[in-house]
Design a binder for this molecule. Sequence first.
Ligand SMILES: C[S@@+](CC[C@H](N)C(=O)[O-])C[C@H]1O[C@@H](n2cnc3c(N)ncnc32)[C@H](O)[C@@H]1O
Length: 283
Amino acid sequence: MAPIRKGEYMIQTNSQSSARLNLQHYWVKESLGYLLHPDIPVPENAKVADIATGTGIWPVSFSRLPAVPSTVQIDGFDITDAMFPPPDWLPSNVSLRTLDILQPVPDELKGQYDVVCIRYFGVLIRNNDPEFVLRNLVDLLKPGGYIQWMESDIYNQTVVKSTHSALYGVTTTLEQHLPSWRQYLDSSELRYDWLKTLPTICKSIGMSEAKLYTPKIFPAMRFTASYAVLGAWEELSYKFLDERPDKFLGSGPELREKIDGFRREVAQGAALDLGFYVTVARK
Ligand SMILES: C[S@@+](CC[C@H](N)C(=O)[O-])C[C@H]1O[C@@H](n2cnc3c(N)ncnc32)[C@H](O)[C@@H]1O
């Protein structure tokens, strides 16, 4: 049986995860320079959805942009409300509610949105096949509406080292670990090749103007991004490996001990490098 079963979310949804996701939002925003790609128009009375919203940080942050008037309604959806701020702490044009995007979209949400965003949902996509989720996203859109799907390729992440680091030219334990990480993802049918073909898949289901953008992480954010990834691995170790040790990643305590070492290497100037894949397409 796959280490991560179909439909299972590999990380947690607790206070650590909330802090990590909001930190992730920060380095992603600094790297991309936008929350919504400038190709996507936002009419004055637009309805915008953010799917798998986590803490709701994208809707909250988007609502605060000077270019987004308070007449724009922004709805965040997630399978769980565990990380949502209370409704009375949200901006008046932001709402958060639960929705399982792996299930067919409820009739009352069909065709409601001008823009549908999804970010960091790749951990739920199996066998390189995002089409089912994509069709659900498209169901939410009005005719002529846009999707933005943003991911980082966590399968093909690499290690970079500062030329000022004592680790420059040295093979780190973090580098040595990456093949086991890939084997773990492989055994869970979690591949990220679909990120490159998503625009083609969009076109194959009748969408237009499909384009892929591949910005790079802003180098000054590499430490922050690396600590966030290591935090996610730690969450995975608690969520799955304590009960289900894995032949590639080992037991929870074993992986956590390695992560302590990876953190020391990051502090010395080694970092995980992750590319971004942003697909924009129109219904
Ligand atoms: C890596 S987090 C990304 C959160 C947010 N998009 C962001 O970028 O900050 C993935 C989110 O997907 C949610 N999730 C998992 N399975 C889901 C499902 N079937 N439908 C909707 N959301 C789901 C998790 O609860 C989690 O909040």
